[in-house]
Write a protein that binds this ligand. Structure first.
Ligand code: NAD
Length: 343
């Protein structure tokens, strides 16, 4: 039987999709743990999985692809653990990992405030056109034409998913004096006490001026914002996605924008972001025509999956990731282990 007790020897960790902010933060936390770390800038997938040879654990991020073929390779290399340095785990084949006896851990909450606050920032920027005003004023153009916004006060806000992030977002929007309609499979009493009304999705689509997505990506939520959903929405609706790209059918939202049905779109995540986000492609020709089309709309604001990116969140991600790895490898358990959903 394999001895998983690594307490007597140094834990070897292979970190994929590594960036400066990852190495800086991990190296600081590692002064307590003394893991042997190999940093790889490469994305993790079945083609790069061999780089993990000799590691006890790999550490991956949102756009790394930990699918069945990649997990098979990890198993052959003797890797025992996949440590996600993020909350979502839709990019990992959890069933396959379990079958192979490879553990999966994640960071369930590093700063829900970071994401909820970024969501609010995007709404304010898009509504009041702050991104345009900034460049205009720097160009010496002090005209206001084209910068007209609307009061958020008294508007109806739709929140899909009232988990950790959705709840904080509800509280922020409550402060603006809005009516909040929410949809979640598990309504939250504290939210209801604050005045949030849980409704079915159709009602939410029909009544809301701003709709913000805070539910996970699952088979159920994939492309939930599609032609039918958009058809039910108010003309000029603002849609905000800081959750996961594939919640929105990009073709459908482009059609909605062209028809003027969708009045504003704020994206921190994008369906095909793996090929784009987290890299400097400013000298390259972008090959994703849908993304380029999105960028042409004056009423679309896109950030590149940065909602989580605050000092506090990075510290929590690093602390929790190291603790998860040590706990799992030394005791074959972690409070943050991800297990397949019971069928
Ligand atoms: P959470 O697990 O605390 O909350 C998710 C909520 O969604 C839960 O209340 C759950 O009941 C609900 N839900 C599940 N299925 C649903 C469905 N079909 N319809 C409606 N609601 C449903 O998660 P969280 O920490 O609040 O994170 C929410 C999402 O934000 C994550 O899944 C992740 O994809 C995303 N996220 C994005 C960033 C970023 O940087 N942009 C950072 C962290 C998390």
């Amino acid at each position: 039987m394999t001895n998983l007790n690594t307490s007597s020897r140094t834990i070897k960790l292979a970190v994929f999709s590594s960036k400066n902010w990852v190495t800086t933060s991990f190296d600081t936390v590692n002064s307590t743990y003394n893991f042997e770390i190999a940093y790889f800038e490469a994305r993790f997938d079945h083609k790069t999985a061999l780089l993990a040879a000799g590691a006890d654990a790999i550490c991956v991020f949102v756009n790394d692809k930990v699918d069945a073929p990649a997990l098979e390779i990890l198993k052959e290399q003797g890797v025992k653990l996949v440590a996600l340095r993020c909350a979502g785990f839709n990019n990992v084949d959890i069933e396959k990992a379990k079958t192979l006896g490879i553990g999966v851990v994640r960071v369930p909450a590093y700063s829900p405030y970071a994401v909820a606050e970024h969501t609010l920032g995007m709404i304010l920027a898009l509504n009041r056109k702050l991104h345009k005003a900034y460049t205009r004023v720097r160009d010496g153009n002090f005209a206001l034409d084209g910068l007209l916004g609307f009061d958020i006060h008294n508007k109806t806000i739709g929140v899909i998913g009232t988990g950790k992030i959705g709840q904080i977002f509800c509280k922020l929007m409550h402060g603006f004096g809005t009516r909040i309609l929410a949809f979640d499979k598990f309504p939250n009493q504290a939210m209801q006490d604050m005045g949030v009304e849980y409704v079915d999705l159709q009602t939410l689509y029909q009544q809301c001026d701003i709709i913000s997505l805070h539910c996970p990506l699952t088979y159920e939520t994939y492309h939930m914002i599609n032609d039918y959903a958009i058809a039910s929405m108010k003309p000029g609706v603002m849609i905000v996605n800081t959750s996961r790209g594939p919640l929105i059918d990009t073709n459908a939202v482009i059609e909605g924008l062209k028809k003027g049905k969708v009045g504003y779109l704020a994206l921190d995540v994008y369906e095909e972001e793996e090929a784009l986000f987290f890299e400097d492609l400013s000298e390259k020709v972008i090959q994703d025509d849908q993304f380029v089309r999105l960028e042409t709309f004056p009423n679309v604001l896109i950030t590149a999956h940065q909602a989580f990116f605050t000092k506090e969140a990075i510290q929590n991600i690093s602390d929790t990731t190291f603790k998860n790895i040590k706990d799992y490898l030394e005791t074959k358990g972690s409070e943050n282990q991800v297990l397949p959903i019971e069928k």
